[in-house]
Design a protein around this ligand. Structure first.
Ligand SMILES: [Zn+2]
Ligand SMILES: [Zn+2]
Length: 244
C-alpha cells in the first residue's frame, strides 16, 4: 500500500511540473478542463427524463413523467438526479478516477457534478442540505485507498458550500451486483449499511443529498436512503455525477 501511495504522490508531483493537457483525450489544447472535442462528448441528462430515477429518454413524450421501471416501485429517496449520462468521455474519466486512481481528475469531476445544482427541484432547497457519500466497505476502501463518493462530496462542499457528513458505514462486502436481478439485489443489500454513531446526528431533520459517482439501478441508493430516513433525515435526494 505504501508503494502505491508513493506512486500516487509521485505522479501528482509530475502532473504539477508537467501539467497534462486535456484530461479527456490528452490532446495539447491549452484548456483548464476538457477540450472542445471532449465537451461535445458530454451527454447531458436532458429533459424529458424520469422524475424519479433520472433516466433520459428520447425527446418524444414531452412534459414530466415517471418511467415504466419506476412505476409501481417505491423508493425511499424522493428522486435521483444527475447532470450527465454515463457514456463517452465522462464514463472513461469516472473509470480512470475510480480504478486507476487518477485522483487529479477530482476537481474536474467536481466541477461537472455541480452542474446538477441547475436542476430546478434542487435550487430552492439548498439551504438546509447536508450531503452524505455512499460508503465503501472497509475492505474495498483498503483496495482502492479512497472513496470516490467522499471525494465528490468534498468537491461539492468546496464549490457550493453544501456541507457533508460521512454518516453511513457499509458493513457487508458485496461483490458486483450487476449479475443479480433487481429483487435479488435489494435482498442482498438489506442491512449492508448502518449509521455511524457519532456522525449520523447531523442528518436529523435535514434534507440529505446522497452522493455517488454513478446511478444505475438505484438499489444501493435506495438502501442508503432507507437507513438515512430511519436515522431521522427529513428526506433524501440522490445526486450522482452520471446516470448509468
Ligand atoms: Zn479532449
Ligand atoms: Zn424512472
Amino acid at each position: 500500500m505504501a508503494i502505491s501511495w508513493w506512486r500516487g504522490l509521485r505522479s501528482a508531483a509530475v502532473d504539477l511540473v508537467y501539467p497534462p493537457h486535456c484530461p479527456g483525450c490528452g490532446c495539447s489544447a491549452h484548456v483548464p478542463d476538457l477540450c472542445p472535442t471532449c465537451l461535445t462528448q458530454l451527454w447531458a441528462c436532458e429533459k424529458p427524463c424520469c422524475q424519479k430515477c433520472g433516466e433520459a429518454y428520447l425527446p418524444e413524450g414531452a412534459g414530466t413523467f415517471v418511467c415504466q421501471t419506476c412505476q409501481g416501485r417505491d423508493f425511499f429517496f424522493d428522486y435521483a438526479v444527475s447532470p450527465y449520462q454515463s457514456r463517452g468521455v465522462l464514463r472513461e474519466l469516472i473509470h480512470r478516477f475510480k480504478y486507476q486512481r487518477h485522483l487529479f481528475l477530482g476537481p474536474l469531476l467536481g466541477s461537472l457534478l455541480v452542474d446538477v445544482l441547475q436542476d430546478e427541484r434542487i435550487v430552492d432547497l439548498r439551504q438546509d442540505w447536508v450531503a452524505v457519500p455512499v460508503p465503501l466497505h472497509a475492505r474495498r476502501y483498503r483496495e482502492r485507498e479512497f472513496n470516490q463518493a467522499l471525494e465528490l462530496c468534498r468537491e461539492l462542499q468546496e464549490r457550493s458550500g453544501i456541507p457533508y457528513v460521512n454518516a453511513l458505514k457499509r458493513t457487508r462486502y458485496t461483490s458486483s451486483q450487476t449479475r443479480y436481478r433487481r429483487e435479488q439485489r435489494m435482498e442482498n443489500l438489506r442491512g449492508a449499511f448502518v449509521p455511524r454513531r457519532w456522525k449520523v446526528g447531523h442528518v436529523a431533520g435535514r434534507t440529505v443529498a446522497l452522493v455517488d459517482d454513478v446511478f444505475t439501478t438505484g438499489s444501493t441508493a435506495n438502501e442508503c436512503a432507507r437507513v438515512l430516513l430511519a436515522s431521522g433525515a427529513k428526506k433524501v435526494v440522490v445526486i450522482t455525477l452520471a446516470r448509468g
